[in-house]
Design a protein. Structure first.
Length: 199
C-alpha cells in the first residue's frame, strides 16, 4: 500500500492540505493524534510514565498532564530520551496499525517531525508543504494567538526549510490563495493515484 509522508513547519498549511486530500477521499493518519492515543488512560505507556516520572505527571482525572511532563523533560536530555524510549515504539505501532486499516487508494501520514522522528520510514514518498518563514509566522500567529517570540523559538527548534526541501520528494509552495494549494494538490493526487495503481 502506498503511503505518502506529508510534513511542513509550523503554520505551513499541513492541516489545510490534509483536509483537501481527505475531501478527495484519501485517509489521513495523523502522527500527533497517534502520539496522544498511546498515552490515554489505560494505555501501558501512561502507567510507565507515571512509574518513571512520578504520579504528579497525572491530572486528578487520571489523564496525562502534558504541560507538566513537557516542562519536566524540557532541559533534561536523559529524561527526554527515557520518555521517548517509552512512547516512540508505541507511537510507531499505532501509526502502523492505522496505516494497515486504511482502505483508500493511498494513505497520507502527516507528521510535523516526519524526518526528525524517523516516521518517514513508513512512507514510500514524502511531500513538503513549504511556506515562506514570514508567511508561516503571520499565519501561525493569527491562528494560535501566539507571540512572535514563541513562534520564532518553535521555528528555530524545527528542521530548517532548506533541509526539508532537500529531503522531500515533492514540494508544494503554499504562498497563494487556498484555491491555488487545492489545485496543486489535485494534480499531485492524480499522480499518487497512478503510483498506487502501479504498485
Ligand atoms: P501547525 O503545524 O502549526 O499545526 P499547519 O502546518 O497544520 O500548522 P495550517 O493549520 O494548515 O498549518 O495553517 C496555518 C494557518 O494558516 C491556518 O489558520 C490556515 O487556515 C492558514 N492558512 C494556511 N494556508 C493558507 C493559505 N494558502 N491562505 C490563507 N490562509 C492559509
Amino acid at each position: 500500500m502506498l503511503v505518502i509522508g506529508l510534513t511542513g513547519g509550523i503554520g505551513s498549511g499541513k492541516t489545510m492540505a490534509t483536509d483537501h486530500f481527505a475531501r478527495l477521499g484519501i485517509t489521513i493518519v495523523d502522527a500527533d493524534l497517534a502520539a496522544r492515543v498511546v498515552v490515554e488512560p489505560g494505555q501501558p505507556a501512561l502507567a510507565e510514565i507515571a512509574d518513571t516520572f512520578g504520579a504528579e505527571m497525572l491530572l486528578a482525572d487520571g489523564r496525562l498532564d502534558r504541560a507538566r511532563l513537557r516542562q519536566r523533560v524540557f532541559s533534561d536530555t536523559a529524561a527526554r530520551q527515557h520518555l521517548e524510549a517509552i512512547t516512540h515504539p508505541r507511537i510507531a505501532a499505532e501509526i502502523a496499525r492505522q496505516l494497515a486499516a486504511s482502505k483508500s487508494p493511498y494513505t497520507i501520514l502527516v507528521s510535523p517531525l516526519l524526518f526528525e522522528s524517523g516516521q518517514a520510514r513508513f512512507a514510500q514518498r514524502t511531500l513538503l508543504i513549504d511556506a515562506d518563514p514570514a508567511q508561516q509566522r503571520t499565519r501561525a500567529a493569527a491562528r494560535d494567538n501566539t507571540s512572535p517570540e514563541q513562534i520564532d523559538a518553535i521555528m528555530a527548534a524545527q528542521m530548517s526549510r532548506e533541509e526539508r526541501r532537500q529531503r522531500a520528494d515533492d514540494i508544494l509552495l503554499n504562498d497563494g490563495e487556498p484555491g491555488h494549494l487545492y489545485a496543486a494538490i489535485e494534480t499531485l493526487h492524480g499522480r499518487y493515484l497512478e503510483l498506487a495503481r502501479g504498485q
